[in-house]
Ligand binder design. Structure first.
Ligand code: ZN
Ligand code: ZN
Length: 269
């Protein structure tokens, strides 16, 4: 895991007005700059769901320990318990030395609105998608560009993605026509049958979803912890062949890897 990395989900998005948005708080959050937010800018952490691999990094996110930083954590609502109390099940004894209420930063918790809301210069849309437990996917639009984030997603559970009408495809309206899609690609097609219903995609599901959504660029995301670098190289080779068979451009498909940066610019009108 030296080349692709072994941390869990965390993606930093810098909006056109400089606002910091962090998608999920997996262990990858430790690689973000520690001075984030010291410029007075508000930090927004947007959680797709509360599985441990998406919140585990919270305890190690430096800005939470500075009184001068302002942080809002957004996440899916769930019946009967607030977002703060659900996250507090992890950020409390005996799992952590500190309680969520003891974090020195200016912290607040917000349920993601079911349709859309604005953060900085961006409009964010959230929709419930097929996974285990309450899980959101996101579409972020800013300065004429768009990004879709679906880290944990099993759209194939509903039926064959090649034949389904768009309104039956989980996440379709979030992913349709985006400039960049980050999508779950946890399993090879051979591995998937033993994991059906676990909430993740096989390669062919990811490709078919991206193809149906007509996205411009795709990053295969949320690698299986048992896949080492060589496995991912092999998976990418197969992925690009299949992507070309679907009539798509193989250079627009890649593996997500730690530290990878992608700049999105609006297409000329
Ligand atoms: Zn999950
Ligand atoms: Zn996950």
């Amino acid at each position: 895991m030296v080349r692709y990395g072994g941390n869990t989900s965390c993606v930093q998005v810098t909006l056109s007005d400089g606002t910091h948005v962090i998608l999920d708080a997996g262990t990858g959050i430790r690689n973000l700059p520690t001075e984030m937010g010291a410029d007075g800018r508000h930090i927004h952490i947007v959680l797709s769901h509360l599985h441990l691999d998406h919140i585990q990094g919270l305890m190690f996110f430096e800005p939470l320990f500075h009184a001068d930083r302002q942080v809002t954590i957004w996440g899916p609502s769930a019946p009967g318990r607030s977002l703060q109390s659900r996250i507090g099940r992890y950020l409390s004894a005996p799992l952590t030395p500190l309680d969520v209420r003891e974090l020195p930063c200016q912290l607040d918790f917000r349920n993601c609105p079911v349709t859309h809301w604005d953060i900085g210069s961006a409009r964010i849309r959230a929709e419930t998608v097929t996974h285990r437990g309450p899980t959101l996917g996101f579409r972020i639009e800013d300065a004429g560009t768009s990004l879709c984030y679906l880290p944990d997603h099993e759209p194939a559970l509903v039926g064959d993605l090649a034949g389904l009408e768009p309104e039956w495809i989980s996440g379709y309206s979030l992913g349709h026509d985006v400039d960049l899609l980050l999508h779950d690609c946890q399993y090879t097609d051979a591995e998937y049958p033993a994991h059906m219903g676990w909430g993740h995609s096989a390669l062919s599901h990811t490709l078919q979803f991206a193809h149906r959504c007509a996205v411009r660029q795709t990053l295969l995301f949320h690698h299986d912890p048992s896949h080492i670098d060589d496995d991912l190289d092999e998976l990418l080779e197969v992925a690009r062949e299949r992507w070309a068979e679907l009539g798509e451009d193989p250079s627009m498909l890649a593996m997500a890897s730690e530290g990878l940066e992608v700049a999105l610019t609006a297409a000329p009108a």
